[in-house]
Design a protein around this ligand. Structure first.
Ligand code: NAD
Length: 316
């Protein structure tokens, strides 16, 4: 009576941690199909999966940008059955929009948004027929709140959130669940890749103020934000494992309690000015306050780790 879980983007980061965590479920409740674009990159997952490989975990090829590859993967599963879909594959993009090409932006939308749409076009009709299924999407806090120089990435995650919020109403009619997992900063390849690409940005098309803002404010603080607020991929996997084992899973779940004060600002002001002004002040007016808050958050992180452990202890 195992549930079939299909996960995308499992060669690194959150996808890898998710595949290993769910395959290692203490009660062996899941059969995991861990998919990736290129099976040549499976080594780190094979290592993390340990003895679950060939038992509760199998590897499959799947590129979320190719309908054929999605269909071939789903067709290869027994009865094409997917009980839990975890849409995780994604990519980032930072920098001033005047320095990015439309093609670069389209690749982000194609992966983060249309990747999810393609998966659901293939999998949702079967779930509706069975009147059973859980669609879990690794979104981001940037799916509900934009961040400086993440314009297109945030737009792609907003698209994901709007799409899922619309579908969720229909899903209820078919007894299906949809959950958006919203991590804050997570320390993965994603962060490194995005930062390195960011460093290479050709800023010649940006004016001096914008170029300076990107290099001397955004990039300078980037690493520090990940260091003080960043979660591990394993932590996000733990949260997601908890969500898929719930009888009545929530539609939205933020994984980083340190970040919730920021997202709360959005709901505190219907005019929408409060989060924008707060981000502005944090970035431009109160360099010292910003650093002080980061130090404060570091302290809180220790406390929240402790409370997360306690919560886990209670449930076992
Ligand atoms: P990552 O770069 O380690 O993982 C992303 C994975 O997606 C990679 O394995 C990559 O190969 C794969 N991928 C990219 N394009 C693909 C395609 N066309 N088909 C199949 N796979 C493809 O980064 P991560 O942090 O583990 O990111 C996973 C998800 O988490 C993404 O959706 C990302 O937006 C989201 N997220 C990340 C952070 C963060 O700070 N790292 C924060 C919030 C949300």
């Amino acid at each position: 009576n195992q549930k079939v879980v299909l996960i995308t983007g499992c060669s690194s980061g959150i996808g890898l941690a998710l595949a290993a965590r769910i395959a290692k479920d203490e009660k062996k409740r899941f059969m995991v199909y861990a998919t990736m674009r290129n099976l040549g990159n499976a080594e780190p997952l094979v290592e993390a999966a340990d003895r679950t490989l060939g038992r509760t975990l199998e590897l499959k090829q799947l590129d979320v940008c190719s309908e054929e590859s999605i269909k071939a993967c789903v067709d290869s599963l027994p009865e094409r059955r997917v009980d839990i879909l975890i849409s995780n594959a994604g990519m980032g993009l930072i920098g001033p929009i005047e320095c990015q090409s439309i093609d670069e932006m389209k690749t982000v939308m194609d992966t983060n948004f249309f990747g999810l749409v393609r998966l659901l076009k293939e999998i949702l009709p079967d779930m509706k027929k069975r009147k059973k299924g859980h669609i879990v999407v690794i979104s981001s806090v940037m799916g509900i709140q934009g961040i400086l120089f993440n314009d297109v990435y945030a737009a792609s995650k907003f698209a994901v959130e709007g799409f899922c919020e619309s579908l969720a109403v229909q899903a209820l009619r078919f007894n299906l669940n949809i959950s958006l997992i919203e991590p804050g900063p997570v320390i993965t390849e994603f962060e490194r890749k995005v930062y390195e690409e960011g460093l290479k940005t050709d800023l010649s098309k940006a004016d001096k103020v914008t170029a300076d803002m990107f290099t001397n404010i955004y990039l300078k603080n980037y690493k520090q934000i990940f260091e003080s607020l960043g979660q591990t991929a394993e932590d996000v996997a733990e949260h997601t494992h908890r969500i898929i084992t719930m009888d009545d899973p929530p539609f939205r779940h933020q994984t980083n309690t340190l970040y919730t004060p920021m997202t709360t600002l959005k709901y505190a002001d219907p005019n929408g000015d409060l989060p924008i002004e707060t981000f502005y002040k944090m970035v431009f007016e109160h360099d010292k306050v910003f650093n002080a808050s980061l130090n404060f958050l570091k302290l809180l992180r220790w406390r929240s780790r402790k409370s997360f452990t306690l919560e886990k202890d209670k449930s076992t």
